[in-house]
Design a protein around this ligand. Structure first.
Ligand code: HEC
Length: 154
């Protein structure tokens, strides 16, 4: 007799837990579509934020290390005009990062990657590239972009 009472209690207890489990599962099933709706926009926001921070970081590096030859706004000088449509449409990000990392041997354009004896990590070079890429939206058409000052020499 006593045993049976115990079983009944246990069963009741088990049922209660089972109902809780089902209720929680139902809530999760209901929430999941909402998550699917909001998550991509949360991710896009995070991406925008990260890009903005890369642009800012890259801009600071650019001003101190590149502007003397490429111009404060990328208009060029001793070096090519990096804000030009010509440059920005010709080179994808990986090429730009590669050029900055390795430099152009035999010219004033040095190597900037730590791997090639330069001062910057690949994250810093990515930041510079992101900064340059942000010019693309309203990049001017600069026919003589490789030699904006007409210095000749190649
Ligand atoms: C001392 C001057 C000088 C400095 C400083 C300099 N550059 Fe250059 N850069 C040049 C010259 C000159 C060239 C052109 C090389 C050639 O003849 O192909 C060049 C070429 C480039 C190119 C390739 C353009 C192309 O497609 O031909 C990129 C990209 C570039 N520089 C980015 C940078 C960045 C980013 C920095 C700063 C981290 C920097 N440069 C610092 C002088 C400089």
């Amino acid at each position: 007799m006593a045993e049976r009472t115990y079983d009944a209690e246990l069963e009741q207890e088990t049922n209660r837990w089972m109902w809780w489990g089902l209720a929680i599962m139902a809530i999760m099933v209901a929430i999941f579509p909402l998550y699917r709706i909001y998550e991509p926009s949360a991710r896009a926001d995070a991406r925008d934020l990260q890009e903005a921070s890369l642009v800012e970081q890259g801009g600071a590096i650019y001003s101190l290390n590149c502007a003397s030859c490429h111009g404060q706004d990328g208009e060029g000088g001793l070096g090519p005009a990096l804000n030009s449509q010509q440059f920005l449409t010709a080179a994808v990000d990986r090429q730009v990062s590669g050029l900055i990392a390795v430099g152009v041997p035999g010219t004033q354009m040095g190597a900037y990657s730590l791997d090639f004896g330069g001062p910057f990590t690949s994250e810093q070079i990515e930041a510079i590239t992101t900064f340059l890429r942000a010019w693309e939206e309203d990049a001017p058409d600069v026919e003589n972009w490789r030699d904006p000052l007409g210095l000749g020499g190649g």
